[in-house]
Write a new protein. Structure first.
Length: 121
């Protein structure tokens, strides 16, 4: 699933770069949406993100493209690969995207009490 986000002034730290926490929030949110669209009627919670490494700085006006793809489904969990690409809104997408972040994110399906349960197909 593909989503986009525009980096606005409120997303920046005092050095003019994107706060990493916003990027992690967006990755978690878009991956969660993807998991719920893939497996409707389940109650997913995030249990893991692999290798949180920011490859490039992200500045004001960047258009981020989130490309979320399922890579594994188990009995109670599903794992997605999340790639984030950045481009400038001013270039109209002609300057070329750069991969700025990638991780695998895993969700587990739980019942109302928080206990793992099988994913409903």
């Amino acid at each position: 699933m593909i989503n986009h986000k525009l980096v606005l002034p409120g997303h920046l730290n005092h050095y003019g770069f994107l706060f990493g926490g916003y990027l992690l929030q967006w990755v978690d949110e878009y991956s969660y949406i993807t998991a719920n669209l893939d497996f409707p009627g389940n109650r997913f919670v995030t249990i893991a993100l692999d290798n949180v490494t920011f490859r490039e700085s992200i500045r004001l006006g960047s258009v981020l493209r989130f490309d979320i793809n399922r890579i594994k489904k188990g009995k109670t969990s599903a794992t997605y690969n999340a790639q984030v690409f950045s481009d400038s809104i001013e270039s109209g997408g002609t300057s070329g995207e750069a991969l700025v972040f990638e991780t695998n994110i895993t969700f587990v399906n739980v019942d109302a009490g928080g206990k793992k349960q099988p994913i409903k197909e």
